[in-house]
Each structure stands twice: as C-alpha cells, then as structure tokens.
Design a binder for this molecule. Structure first.
Ligand SMILES: NC(=O)C1=CN([C@@H]2O[C@H](COP(=O)(O)OP(=O)(O)OC[C@H]3O[C@@H](n4cnc5c(N)ncnc54)[C@H](O)[C@@H]3O)[C@@H](O)[C@H]2O)C=CC1
Ligand code: BAL
Length: 498
C-alpha cells in the first residue's frame, strides 16, 4: 500500500476506536448470559483495550438455536447463489470503506505490525471473501453416468450450522478463510474468535449486518476455549466444526465430535516447517531473503513459518552470513509505526513460551533478546533432537541444522510429527521436483517461501491437518454435503426392478 499513514495518524485512529464488545447473536449484540466480561489487552503496551463478553454454554445454545432456525427457513441457505454473492460483495465494499479502522484494530489487539495489517491481512481478507463470493454462482453440480432409464444427480448442499473456531495469529484472515466458503455455500455460522483477538470478528458482525446478511446467519461468540469452544464442539445440533489452532486443541475437537453427534471436523493445526537449502542453490541473497521472510514474518506466529533451516554443509557459512544480514533489516518496535516489521507477540503467556526456547541450551547466532512482549529475530544452531528442532515455537526463532546430502536433508525434513509446509532451494530441477514429491507436507514451495494463494488448497499432512482444506475450490468441500438424487425415467409398463 503506498498510502500508509504516520505513527501519529495511526495512534489518532486508535484513540477513536470503539469496537463492539458484546456477543453477536441473531442479528443483535447482547451481553454474555452470565453478565461476565474479560479484558482484551494490547500486547505491545499491556493496556486493556476493552472488556469483552465472556460467553458460555448458554450463549452457545442460544446461538445454535437461532442459527438452526435461519438455516432451516432458508433465509440465506436457499437464496439463489448470485444473491448470496451480491450480499458478500457488499460486505467487502463495507470492509474497504472501513479498512483503515479494521487494520488499526487488528494491530492493537494482536501486536501485528500495521504494515502487515494494511498490506497483507486486510487486502487478503477482502480478496478471499470476494473470491468465494464470485465463485459460488459459477460452480455446477453433476449428472452421473446412468442407464437410459434413470438420471442420477449429484448435488452439493450446505452442510448446515457450522462452528468456526479461530486462532489469534491472523484473526481477520482466518475468519475470511472460513466464512468465505461457508457463507457462500449457504451455511449459518457461529464464529468463536480466539480470546486474545475478538475485536475484528465482532466488528465484522456489525458490517455483515449492514451488508444484509440475515439475522441468525452470522453469529460471533467471544469467550474462552473451555467455555465457548468446547460447548460448540460438543453441541448436538452443530453439523460441522472448522478449527485452526494448535494440534493439542485440534485433537480435542475430534473427541468432542465422537462423544456427541459425530459432527464433521476440519483441523488446520501446527507446523515445524523445513526450509532445505542444497549446495547448488543459486542466488543465495534471494534464498536468504525468502528464509528470513519465512521465519520472521508475522513474528513467526504463523503455522507455515519456515522454522527449521536444513542447510547442506557446502553452502552453510555463506548462507548464514546472508541470512544474518537480511534479518538485521527487520526493525522491531511499535506495531503502529509503519516502518516496523517485527511487532509484539500476541500475549504475555505466549511471550513467556517463546522466550523459554531461547534459553541456555540453544546456541544463539543472532538476536536472542526478549523483553516486554517483544522477541528479536533470532537464529539458533540446534541438535536434531533438541526441543527447538522438534516443537512448534511460534515465534521469530529460526533453528539451523546442517546436513551432508540431499537424502539426509529430506529424511531430516520429514522427521517430524507435523506436515504443513516445506520449501526446497536448489538449481537442479530434478532434485526440486523429486524433493517436492518426497516431502510429506501439504504445501511445498520451490526456490521460494509461501502458502500459495486463495486459489490453491491449504492444509497439512500428519498432525498438521485433518479433514478438508482451506482455500481453493476445495474449501467448499468442507461446507457442503453431497446428495445423490436418483430418478426413474422408465415407461410405466416397464418392469419396476433394476
Ligand atoms: N495453526 C495455527 O495457526 C496456530 C497454532 N497455534 C499454536 O498453538 C499454541 C498455543 O496457542 P493457543 O492460543 O493456546 O492455541 P489453541 O489451539 O488453544 O487456540 C485456538 C482456538 O481454540 C480455542 N480453544 C482453546 N482450548 C480449547 C478447548 N479446550 N476446547 C475448545 N476450543 C479451545 C481457543 O479459544 C482458540 O479460539 C501456539 O503457541 C502455537 O504453537 C496457535 C494459534 C494458531
Ligand atoms: N498462515 C495462515 C494459517 C495459520 O497460520 O494458521
């Protein structure tokens, strides 16, 4: 974005914000049934931004009832897809009009840099919603091959009432990844934002109402995982849950499902993503820029972050030198300063977790400073069985390991419980393609870092993912059921036996 404001201008916007703080159910804001609230804190300053409704099982029950009513009477689910498209496009227009306010709100609530909120999170969120809205009146169902006496239709129907359980690292974008296809398909949604970052989801509810999404179709219930997430996961009248967050919590949703109504569950979970650099990689400066971006973008609070660098020994020293040079160009500081590239970690608890990985047992090559909610871009050399090499840190910490060969690199890359993303850097196209095939990860990038874009499915192998995929046309599979309708076309005097 070329028209970023100054820090002072962003602070002036921040001072004027008055986001909704109550639950949004059946088209209106209301306090939690218990009357309780919790504080949402700006992690960069420790200041309380707002008191948010601390909802519980009663609020979940009420929202599910209203979402079910809306789904069954067809006020949204049975609209012509092009009508749903129009409403969703209106929502995006309203977001555009309020983009600056949303960006500042997101930055304050999460510690993300305003630069990323303005240039990545907001544009990608709007693009995602537009993409799914534009898609929905262009996809067709199928007619299956059948005998001349029959016609067999294979139809997609919205799955029903869905629970969308969100993480705090990309509050708006993950909301869009889920509501985009869910609302376009005709589902009624109950959004459970992460307790650290509820503000933009609540503001989106307000905009959704203004755009014309009918009451009961888009509900937002703030609160803790145990008080809101669990009742949603266990609810007998929720048809499906789509979750993004840690593998530990994702695993719980499978339990909730099996112990309740066997609702469908899609899990997008953690990662310990390798970036492999082979001796023949070209343009090490560019490689280093990708590695630094992959490891430190969004403070490393990214499920697809390149958190493990697996480098072949012939190129190790040169590459590390370049990585250190690039990493020094990532200024850390006030998230509302448009020059800042590394903001605050999302919460004190998360800061403590990340800091614990940069202890005495790690050989620090760069950075290592962790103070008052901020952690410097940090590069550490680790043994293969060290916790820093195996556990998801979810902070700006890159763990480096050196290998002798291509085969060793692939084996080490795959030696993890996770399988979300991986990168391979090499000038040898055969190795690139062979490596991409051998890597057990949902997304593999060659000579670059990334997650693909809205048009490509995103999700993980092994303990990184379960069920469907976010993004791409494939995202619609999560929010639709397949129905077969089989019609008899035989003449009345034909035998009534197949
Ligand atoms: N894949 C990803 O994008 C994310 C991964 N993480 C990983 O998870 C670690 C812990 O972060 P958390 O915020 O604790 O993640 P989490 O997985 O516990 O939270 C994600 C969502 O699940 C909800 N939740 C938490 N406990 C629940 C429960 N018992 N039942 C139902 N819902 C529940 C939360 O309220 C939040 O909305 C991070 O350090 C990071 O390693 C965290 C956020 C996003
Ligand atoms: N990188 C977007 C998905 C996630 O971090 O959860």
């Amino acid at each position: 974005m070329s028209d970023l404001l100054t820090t002072e201008e962003y602070k002036a916007i921040a001072a004027e914000l008055s986001p909704p703080t109550q639950a949004f159910i059946d088209g209106s804001f209301r306090p939690a049934n218990s009357g309780k609230t919790f504080d949402t804190v700006n992690p960069a300053t420790g200041e309380v931004i707002a008191k948010i409704a601390a909802c519980g099982a009663n609020d979940v029950d009420f929202a599910v009832e209203k979402a079910r009513d809306a789904f069954e009477d067809g006020r949204w689910s049975r609209l012509h897809p092009s009508e749903r498209k129009e409403v969703l496009i209106r929502l995006v227009k309203l977001m555009k009009r309020n983009a600056r306010e949303l960006a500042v709100m997101e930055s304050l609530d999460s510690g993300k840099t305003i630069y990323d909120c303005e240039t990545v999170d907001l544009p990608e969120t709007m693009h995602c919603l537009t993409w799914h809205a534009e898609l929905i009146d262009k996809i067709y169902d199928q007619v299956a091959p059948a005998s001349d006496d029959h016609i067999a239709m294979v139809l997609r129907e919205p799955v029903g009432v869905v629970g969308l359980v969100l993480p705090w690292n990309f509050p708006l974008l993950m909301l869009a990844w889920k509501i985009g296809p869910a609302l376009a398909a005709g589902c009624s949604v109950i959004v459970k934002p992460a307790e650290e970052t509820s503000l933009t989801a609540l503001r989106m509810a307000e905009l959704a109402m203004e755009a014309g999404i009918p009451a009961g179709v888009f509900n937002v219930i703030p609160g803790s995982g145990v008080e809101v997430g669990e009742p949603l996961g266990r609810h007998m009248d929720v048809d499906m849950v789509s979750f993004t967050g840690s593998t530990a919590t994702g695993r719980r949703f499978l339990g909730y499902s099996s112990e309740s109504n066997v609702k469908e569950v899609t899990l997008e979970m953690g990662g310990k993503n390798p970036a492999i650099v082979l001796d023949d990689a070209e343009n090490l400066d560019r490689v280093a820029a990708h590695i630094v971006n992959g490891a430190f973008w969004n403070m490393g609070e990214n499920c697809s972050a390149s958190s493990r660098l697996i480098v072949q020994k012939g190129v190790r020293d040169k590459l590390i030198e370049k990585i250190l040079a690039h990493a020094r160009e990532w200024p850390m500081g006030d998230p509302l300063d448009p020059e800042t590239r590394v903001g605050a970690l999302v919460s004190e608890a998360h800061f403590d977790k990340v800091r614990s990985y940069i202890g005495d047992d790690a050989t620090v090559i760069l950075g290592g400073k962790a103070e008052k909610g901020f952690v410097e871009p940090t590069v550490i050399e680790v043994a293969r069985d060290a916790k820093q090499a195996r556990e998801e840190i979810f902070g700006p910490v890159l763990s480096v390991m050196t290998v002798d060969s291509f085969d060793e690199a692939i084996a080490l890359a795959n030696d993890t419980d996770y399988g979300l993303a991986a990168s391979i850097f090499t000038a040898n196209y055969k190795r690139a393609i062979r490596g991409a095939r051998m890597l057990r990860a949902g997304t593999v990038t060659v000579n670059s870092f990334g997650e693909g874009d809205i048009s490509t499915p995103f999700g993980g192998y092994k303990q990184s993912g379960f069920g469907g995929r976010d993004n791409g046309i494939q995202a619609h599979d999560q929010y639709t059921q397949i129905k077969t309708i089989w019609l008899d076309l035989a003449d009345d005097d034909d035998e009534a036996v197949d």
